[in-house]
Design a protein around this ligand. Structure first.
Ligand code: NAI
Length: 464
């Protein structure tokens, strides 16, 4: 008889959420996790610690740039980096401890160690083999570097090392203007580092709405980040204390340029982490990008083995993994798990935040869709002006020209990562822009900008 109904491999947001839902559905559940604490990359070395540092450094930025004009005078705080890291570690501890509590509450066993799958229905950890009816691979992802670059997590760091630097570097070079590069680049720029971001593409956050890309870059430049765009990094020479980043501009590929740095952050993407699981020997099908291949119900080609999160296709986002984790639990319990991949928000937690959902204006135009686009600048939003957050930001709502149905949205501005969910809910309900426009929004809130963008899809916004 099987010891477990489900064994989940990995306790990141995909795995731990899946385990809790499995337990709630009456399945006997265990999670294998080799880290010392639960929560995976997100809680230990990703989303959560970076948000703590983003918050602390944003406070410093406010003190340096906006306090005096609000009549708050006096000594500007200086950075106690050791204490800031201790604060970040405390935030991590509270969150990972919280998951441990939830596991106990839901009677989920934590099998400590690294798992191998010797056969369907079996999970091995060290010398013990556990029998289980179902296995969910939720093993996540790891940073991927570039050829010619060796990440030592001291001078040349991934996001993991960037959260643990012994001191705030004087000069930092960030390779990649994606989410990680811009979030952590912002942190160090606010803490006083001279930060240069080198990006291969011609715009930040490739794939994002072009309007947002332009405003976002301008705002970050104003905050002190420098950008070298259209530049391919070819290698990094690192000593014990310094590094040289070698790159070539796409327009002159034969000319090697060099940047000096005290620390280099390599933020050029992540790749699925499936090492040691034994998937090859099991004959589990993989995609050509090294992801575990799954069908619409997160089943691999081996009966009883499922996979979710960063280890499979789709955006590498904690909340996408969480949704898949809940849905796969429902499938295993004989219910109908579902994820609407068309309504998964993406958020960059800089200041201002950037949030998007659904299709972008550019992608829909390329498809030849007839659109109505409503845009409202935060300069017309009273609340944003009151807190120095109005400059450069906007809400953009993209709707079908004929039906007025919302197809996508992009927000750059204060609390964008929270406000986007009004639009997510609207999209889930198949709402039109008029539905939002006719909904009373409290004044004065940032959310009024969403309503104004919806009004801009109809007879026009009021405050612009
Ligand atoms: P990314 O894929 O977002 O960005 C990588 C950037 O590096 C791209 O802009 C790419 O053009 C550039 N690049 C690649 N090779 C280069 C080269 N040789 N020279 C110059 N530039 C080069 O990857 P990132 O930022 O490392 O994030 C990894 C994953 O983690 C992403 O899927 C991201 O969505 C996720 N993540 C999400 C967060 C959030 O939702 N707030 C936070 C942190 C990570």
């Amino acid at each position: 008889m099987s010891q477990y109904d489900v064994i989940i491999i990995g306790a990141g947001p995909g795995g731990y959420v899946s385990a809790i839902r499995c337990a709630q559905l009456g399945l006997k559940t265990a999670v294998v996790e080799g880290r010392e604490t639960l929560g995976g990359t997100c809680l230990n070395v990703g989303c959560i610690p970076s948000k703590a540092l983003l918050h602390a450094s944003h406070m410093l930025h406010e003190a340096e740039h906006n306090f005096a004009s609000m009549g708050l005078k006096g000594k500007t705080p200086s950075v106690d980096w050791k204490q800031m890291k201790a604060y970040k570690d405390d935030v991590i501890g509270q969150n990972t401890g919280g998951i441990e509590f939830l596991f106990k509450k839901n009677k989920i066993d934590w099998i400590k160690g690294w798992a191998t799958i010797p056969a369907a229905g079996k999970v091995q950890v060290d010398d013990t083999t556990y029998d289980t009816k179902n296995i969910v691979i939720a093993s996540g992802s790891v940073p991927s570097s570039l050829p010619g670059i060796e990440v030592d997590e001291k001078i040349v760091v991934s996001s993991t090392g960037a959260l643990e630097l012994p001191k705030v570097p004087k000069k930092m070079v960030v390779i990649g203007a994606g989410v990680i590069g811009l979030e952590l680049g912002s942190v160090y720029a606010r803490l006083g580092s001279d930060v240069t971001v080198v990006e291969y593409m011609d715009a930040v956050c490739p794939g994002m709405d072009k309007d947002v890309q332009r405003s976002f870059k301008r705002i970050l430049e104003k905050q002190g980040l420098k950008f070298i765009m259209g530049a391919a990094v070819q290698g990094v020479d690192a000593s014990k204390t310094k590094a040289k980043v070698k790159y070539a501009l796409k327009k002159s590929p034969d000319t090697e340029e060099v940047l000096d740095a005290d620390v280099v952050l390599v933020a050029t993407g992540r790749k699925p982490f499936t090492d040691g699981l034994g998937l090859d020997a099991l004959g589990i099908a993989m995609t050509d990008r090294g992801q575990v291949a799954t069908d619409a119900h997160w089943r691999t080609n081996l009966a009883g083995v499922y996979a979710i999160g960063d280890a499979i296709k789709g955006p590498m986002l904690a909340h996408k993994a969480e949704d898949e984790g809940m849905a796969v639990a429902e499938v295993i319990a004989g219910k109908h798990g579902h994820v609407n991949y068309g309504v998964i928000p993406g958020v960059v937690y800089t200041a201002p935040e950037v949030a998007t959902v659904g299709a972008s204006e550019d992608a829909l135009k390329a498809e030849g869709r007839k659109l109505k686009v409503g845009k409202f600048m935060f300069m017309g939003n009273a609340r944003a002006k009151a807190v120095h957050q109005a400059e450069g930001g906007f809400v953009k709502l993209i709707t079908d020209a004929e039906t007025d149905r919302i197809l996508g949205a992009a927000i750059i501005g204060p609390a964008a990562g929270d406000m986007i969910h009004e639009i997510c809910v609207a999209m889930e309900f198949g709402a039109s822009a008029q539905d939002i426009a006719l909904t009373c929004h409290a004044h004065p809130t940032y959310s009024e900008a969403v309503r104004e963008a919806a009004l801009a899809c109809g007879d026009g916004p009021i405050h612009s």
